[in-house]
Design a protein around this ligand. Structure first.
Ligand SMILES: C[S@@+](CC[C@H](N)C(=O)[O-])C[C@H]1O[C@@H](n2cnc3c(N)ncnc32)[C@H](O)[C@@H]1O
Length: 267
Protein backbone atom coordinates (compact mmCIF):
# COMPACT_ATOMS: atom_id res chain seq x y z
CA UNK A 1 0.00 0.00 0.00
CA UNK A 2 1.96 2.90 -1.29
CA UNK A 3 1.24 6.42 -2.36
CA UNK A 4 4.13 6.75 -4.79
CA UNK A 5 4.38 5.37 -8.31
CA UNK A 6 8.05 4.47 -8.21
CA UNK A 7 9.34 1.98 -5.72
CA UNK A 8 12.81 2.11 -4.22
CA UNK A 9 14.72 -1.13 -3.68
CA UNK A 10 15.16 -0.02 -0.04
CA UNK A 11 11.41 0.21 0.51
CA UNK A 12 10.78 -3.14 -1.19
CA UNK A 13 13.48 -4.75 0.98
CA UNK A 14 12.01 -3.19 4.11
CA UNK A 15 8.52 -4.55 3.46
CA UNK A 16 9.66 -8.00 2.32
CA UNK A 17 9.84 -9.69 5.77
CA UNK A 18 6.26 -8.53 6.50
CA UNK A 19 5.17 -9.73 3.06
CA UNK A 20 6.71 -13.17 3.52
CA UNK A 21 5.10 -13.52 6.96
CA UNK A 22 1.75 -12.29 5.65
CA UNK A 23 1.43 -14.54 2.58
CA UNK A 24 -1.52 -16.86 3.05
CA UNK A 25 -0.06 -20.34 3.62
CA UNK A 26 -3.13 -22.20 2.37
CA UNK A 27 -3.27 -20.31 -0.91
CA UNK A 28 0.48 -20.76 -1.40
CA UNK A 29 0.06 -24.47 -0.67
CA UNK A 30 -2.58 -24.74 -3.42
CA UNK A 31 -0.20 -23.13 -5.90
CA UNK A 32 2.57 -25.53 -4.84
CA UNK A 33 0.22 -28.49 -5.19
CA UNK A 34 -0.91 -27.36 -8.64
CA UNK A 35 2.72 -27.07 -9.79
CA UNK A 36 3.96 -30.25 -8.13
CA UNK A 37 3.57 -32.35 -11.29
CA UNK A 38 5.20 -29.83 -13.63
CA UNK A 39 8.79 -30.50 -14.60
CA UNK A 40 11.01 -27.42 -14.71
CA UNK A 41 8.04 -25.02 -14.37
CA UNK A 42 8.19 -21.70 -16.19
CA UNK A 43 6.83 -18.79 -14.20
CA UNK A 44 6.09 -15.22 -15.25
CA UNK A 45 6.18 -12.64 -12.45
CA UNK A 46 4.30 -9.45 -13.37
CA UNK A 47 5.70 -6.29 -11.74
CA UNK A 48 8.37 -8.41 -10.08
CA UNK A 49 10.35 -5.57 -8.49
CA UNK A 50 13.54 -7.10 -7.08
CA UNK A 51 12.13 -10.65 -7.09
CA UNK A 52 10.32 -10.85 -3.76
CA UNK A 53 7.88 -13.45 -5.10
CA UNK A 54 10.74 -15.67 -6.24
CA UNK A 55 12.20 -15.56 -2.73
CA UNK A 56 8.83 -16.40 -1.19
CA UNK A 57 7.94 -19.22 -3.61
CA UNK A 58 10.98 -20.92 -5.09
CA UNK A 59 11.37 -23.40 -2.24
CA UNK A 60 7.72 -24.49 -2.66
CA UNK A 61 7.97 -25.30 -6.38
CA UNK A 62 9.68 -28.15 -8.29
CA UNK A 63 13.38 -27.78 -9.16
CA UNK A 64 14.64 -26.39 -12.44
CA UNK A 65 12.28 -23.40 -12.32
CA UNK A 66 12.74 -20.69 -14.91
CA UNK A 67 11.34 -17.31 -13.93
CA UNK A 68 10.67 -14.36 -16.24
CA UNK A 69 10.68 -11.26 -14.05
CA UNK A 70 8.76 -8.44 -15.74
CA UNK A 71 8.88 -4.84 -14.58
CA UNK A 72 9.26 -1.43 -16.19
CA UNK A 73 11.90 -0.33 -13.70
CA UNK A 74 15.36 -1.30 -15.00
CA UNK A 75 16.98 -0.50 -11.64
CA UNK A 76 14.76 -2.96 -9.77
CA UNK A 77 15.40 -5.68 -12.36
CA UNK A 78 19.16 -5.11 -12.08
CA UNK A 79 18.84 -5.54 -8.32
CA UNK A 80 16.87 -8.77 -8.86
CA UNK A 81 19.70 -10.09 -11.04
CA UNK A 82 22.18 -9.43 -8.24
CA UNK A 83 20.02 -11.16 -5.64
CA UNK A 84 18.79 -14.27 -7.49
CA UNK A 85 20.51 -17.33 -9.02
CA UNK A 86 21.44 -16.55 -12.62
CA UNK A 87 20.25 -19.84 -14.06
CA UNK A 88 16.78 -19.48 -12.57
CA UNK A 89 15.75 -16.08 -13.90
CA UNK A 90 15.48 -13.92 -16.96
CA UNK A 91 14.38 -10.31 -16.77
CA UNK A 92 12.12 -8.39 -19.14
CA UNK A 93 11.83 -4.62 -18.96
CA UNK A 94 8.29 -3.94 -20.07
CA UNK A 95 5.53 -1.44 -19.43
CA UNK A 96 2.69 -3.80 -18.59
CA UNK A 97 0.13 -1.13 -19.38
CA UNK A 98 1.25 -1.07 -23.01
CA UNK A 99 2.79 -4.47 -23.66
CA UNK A 100 1.10 -7.02 -21.42
CA UNK A 101 1.02 -9.66 -24.19
CA UNK A 102 4.83 -9.55 -24.48
CA UNK A 103 5.16 -10.65 -20.87
CA UNK A 104 2.87 -13.66 -21.33
CA UNK A 105 4.43 -15.14 -24.50
CA UNK A 106 5.78 -17.74 -24.90
CA UNK A 107 3.18 -19.25 -22.64
CA UNK A 108 4.51 -20.06 -19.13
CA UNK A 109 3.07 -22.67 -16.74
CA UNK A 110 2.07 -20.11 -14.11
CA UNK A 111 1.64 -16.33 -13.82
CA UNK A 112 2.29 -14.66 -10.47
CA UNK A 113 2.26 -11.16 -9.07
CA UNK A 114 2.41 -9.49 -5.68
CA UNK A 115 1.57 -6.08 -4.26
CA UNK A 116 0.51 -4.97 -7.71
CA UNK A 117 -3.19 -5.36 -8.49
CA UNK A 118 -4.13 -2.34 -6.35
CA UNK A 119 -2.15 -0.15 -8.79
CA UNK A 120 -4.06 -1.21 -11.90
CA UNK A 121 -7.41 -0.05 -13.29
CA UNK A 122 -10.54 -2.13 -13.73
CA UNK A 123 -10.09 -1.94 -17.52
CA UNK A 124 -6.54 -3.24 -17.32
CA UNK A 125 -7.58 -6.00 -14.92
CA UNK A 126 -10.16 -7.09 -17.50
CA UNK A 127 -7.45 -7.12 -20.17
CA UNK A 128 -5.20 -9.23 -17.96
CA UNK A 129 -8.01 -11.69 -17.24
CA UNK A 130 -8.84 -11.96 -20.96
CA UNK A 131 -5.16 -12.68 -21.77
CA UNK A 132 -4.96 -15.28 -18.98
CA UNK A 133 -8.20 -16.93 -20.11
CA UNK A 134 -7.11 -17.01 -23.78
CA UNK A 135 -3.92 -18.86 -22.78
CA UNK A 136 -5.61 -20.93 -20.05
CA UNK A 137 -3.07 -19.65 -17.53
CA UNK A 138 -3.28 -20.17 -13.76
CA UNK A 139 -2.71 -16.97 -11.78
CA UNK A 140 -1.38 -16.42 -8.26
CA UNK A 141 -1.84 -12.83 -7.04
CA UNK A 142 -0.53 -12.13 -3.55
CA UNK A 143 -0.81 -9.14 -1.27
CA UNK A 144 -3.48 -7.07 -3.00
CA UNK A 145 -4.57 -4.29 -0.64
CA UNK A 146 -8.21 -4.66 0.43
CA UNK A 147 -8.98 -1.29 2.03
CA UNK A 148 -8.60 -2.34 5.68
CA UNK A 149 -6.00 -0.51 7.74
CA UNK A 150 -5.73 0.16 11.47
CA UNK A 151 -3.33 1.65 13.97
CA UNK A 152 -2.86 0.48 17.54
CA UNK A 153 -2.96 2.64 19.63
CA UNK A 154 -5.64 4.52 17.69
CA UNK A 155 -5.89 8.27 17.08
CA UNK A 156 -9.09 10.27 16.50
CA UNK A 157 -7.85 11.13 12.98
CA UNK A 158 -7.34 7.50 11.86
CA UNK A 159 -10.70 7.02 10.15
CA UNK A 160 -10.53 10.21 8.07
CA UNK A 161 -6.85 9.75 7.18
CA UNK A 162 -7.33 6.14 6.09
CA UNK A 163 -10.42 7.08 4.08
CA UNK A 164 -8.28 9.74 2.38
CA UNK A 165 -5.50 7.24 1.73
CA UNK A 166 -8.05 4.88 0.16
CA UNK A 167 -9.28 7.68 -2.09
CA UNK A 168 -5.67 8.46 -3.04
CA UNK A 169 -5.15 4.78 -3.84
CA UNK A 170 -7.74 5.15 -6.59
CA UNK A 171 -5.83 7.82 -8.50
CA UNK A 172 -3.97 6.90 -11.69
CA UNK A 173 -0.80 4.86 -11.12
CA UNK A 174 -0.07 4.43 -14.82
CA UNK A 175 -2.98 2.15 -15.73
CA UNK A 176 -5.93 4.57 -15.55
CA UNK A 177 -7.95 5.11 -12.33
CA UNK A 178 -6.54 2.50 -9.93
CA UNK A 179 -8.65 -0.12 -8.19
CA UNK A 180 -6.81 0.63 -4.94
CA UNK A 181 -8.78 -0.77 -1.99
CA UNK A 182 -11.22 -2.56 -4.34
CA UNK A 183 -8.47 -4.57 -6.03
CA UNK A 184 -8.79 -7.75 -4.01
CA UNK A 185 -12.57 -8.12 -4.31
CA UNK A 186 -12.64 -7.03 -7.96
CA UNK A 187 -9.91 -9.48 -8.97
CA UNK A 188 -11.65 -12.47 -7.36
CA UNK A 189 -15.10 -11.48 -8.69
CA UNK A 190 -13.96 -10.84 -12.25
CA UNK A 191 -11.80 -13.99 -12.41
CA UNK A 192 -14.79 -16.07 -11.28
CA UNK A 193 -17.01 -14.38 -13.87
CA UNK A 194 -14.44 -15.37 -16.52
CA UNK A 195 -14.73 -19.01 -15.47
CA UNK A 196 -11.71 -19.35 -13.18
CA UNK A 197 -11.93 -21.36 -9.94
CA UNK A 198 -10.63 -18.97 -7.29
CA UNK A 199 -9.22 -19.76 -3.84
CA UNK A 200 -8.50 -16.78 -1.63
CA UNK A 201 -7.34 -15.91 1.86
CA UNK A 202 -6.18 -13.01 3.95
CA UNK A 203 -2.54 -11.94 3.99
CA UNK A 204 -2.56 -8.96 6.31
CA UNK A 205 0.53 -7.07 7.37
CA UNK A 206 0.64 -7.37 11.16
CA UNK A 207 3.62 -5.39 12.32
CA UNK A 208 5.21 -5.92 15.69
CA UNK A 209 6.17 -3.12 18.05
CA UNK A 210 9.83 -3.77 17.22
CA UNK A 211 9.35 -2.95 13.53
CA UNK A 212 9.85 0.79 13.84
CA UNK A 213 11.40 1.80 10.54
CA UNK A 214 8.89 0.13 8.23
CA UNK A 215 5.96 1.41 10.30
CA UNK A 216 7.32 4.96 10.28
CA UNK A 217 7.59 4.78 6.49
CA UNK A 218 3.97 3.68 6.27
CA UNK A 219 2.81 6.60 8.44
CA UNK A 220 4.94 8.92 6.31
CA UNK A 221 3.39 7.60 3.10
CA UNK A 222 -0.13 7.82 4.48
CA UNK A 223 0.46 11.37 5.74
CA UNK A 224 1.69 12.40 2.30
CA UNK A 225 -1.27 10.78 0.54
CA UNK A 226 -3.73 12.31 3.01
CA UNK A 227 -2.12 15.72 2.52
CA UNK A 228 -2.23 15.49 -1.27
CA UNK A 229 -5.87 14.49 -1.28
CA UNK A 230 -6.79 16.98 1.49
CA UNK A 231 -8.29 14.26 3.68
CA UNK A 232 -8.21 16.33 6.90
CA UNK A 233 -7.18 19.77 8.08
CA UNK A 234 -3.40 20.33 8.25
CA UNK A 235 -3.46 20.72 12.03
CA UNK A 236 -5.20 17.39 12.59
CA UNK A 237 -2.90 15.69 10.08
CA UNK A 238 0.25 16.88 11.80
CA UNK A 239 -1.17 15.90 15.21
CA UNK A 240 -2.07 12.49 13.74
CA UNK A 241 1.39 11.93 12.25
CA UNK A 242 3.18 13.16 15.40
CA UNK A 243 1.07 10.87 17.62
CA UNK A 244 1.82 7.74 15.59
CA UNK A 245 5.51 8.59 15.03
CA UNK A 246 5.99 9.03 18.79
CA UNK A 247 4.30 5.69 19.57
CA UNK A 248 6.45 4.00 16.91
CA UNK A 249 9.66 5.55 18.29
CA UNK A 250 8.66 4.41 21.79
CA UNK A 251 8.17 0.83 20.54
CA UNK A 252 4.44 0.92 21.30
CA UNK A 253 2.83 0.85 17.87
CA UNK A 254 1.33 -1.94 15.81
CA UNK A 255 -0.08 -1.18 12.37
CA UNK A 256 -2.27 -3.60 10.43
CA UNK A 257 -2.82 -3.41 6.68
CA UNK A 258 -5.33 -5.76 5.06
CA UNK A 259 -4.43 -7.80 1.97
CA UNK A 260 -5.85 -10.75 0.06
CA UNK A 261 -3.98 -13.54 -1.75
CA UNK A 262 -5.70 -15.49 -4.47
CA UNK A 263 -5.02 -18.41 -6.76
CA UNK A 264 -7.15 -18.69 -9.89
CA UNK A 265 -7.22 -21.78 -12.11
CA UNK A 266 -8.84 -21.63 -15.55
CA UNK A 267 -11.79 -23.93 -16.16
C1 LIG B 1 4.70 -2.50 -4.73
S1 LIG B 1 5.84 -2.96 -5.95
C2 LIG B 1 5.82 -4.73 -5.84
C3 LIG B 1 7.08 -5.37 -6.33
C4 LIG B 1 7.20 -6.88 -6.05
N1 LIG B 1 6.16 -7.63 -6.73
C5 LIG B 1 7.16 -7.13 -4.55
O1 LIG B 1 6.20 -7.71 -4.06
O2 LIG B 1 8.12 -6.71 -3.87
C6 LIG B 1 5.01 -2.62 -7.48
C7 LIG B 1 5.83 -2.91 -8.73
O3 LIG B 1 5.08 -2.58 -9.90
C8 LIG B 1 5.98 -2.11 -10.88
N2 LIG B 1 5.18 -1.39 -11.89
C9 LIG B 1 4.35 -0.34 -11.68
N3 LIG B 1 3.79 0.05 -12.84
C10 LIG B 1 4.28 -0.77 -13.81
C11 LIG B 1 4.09 -0.87 -15.23
N4 LIG B 1 3.28 -0.02 -15.89
N5 LIG B 1 4.73 -1.84 -15.91
C12 LIG B 1 5.56 -2.70 -15.26
N6 LIG B 1 5.79 -2.66 -13.92
C13 LIG B 1 5.16 -1.70 -13.21
C14 LIG B 1 6.92 -1.23 -10.07
O4 LIG B 1 8.11 -0.94 -10.76
C15 LIG B 1 7.13 -2.10 -8.83
O5 LIG B 1 8.21 -2.99 -8.99
Amino acid sequence: LEAAMSFSPEWLALREPADIRARNAEVLQRVAHYCSGIERPRIVDLAAGTGSTYRAMAAHLPPGQVWRLCDYDAGLLAEAKKLLPEAAIETMQVDLFKDLGMALDPRPDLVVTSAFLDLVSGDWLDRLIAELAARKLPFYAALSYDGRAACDPPHRGDKAVIEGVNRHQKTDKGFGPALGPDAAVEAATRLRAAGFAVAEGRSDWQFTQQEGLVQSMIIDGWAQAAYEIEAVEDELLSDWAGFHMTRIADGNARIMVGHIDLFAVPA
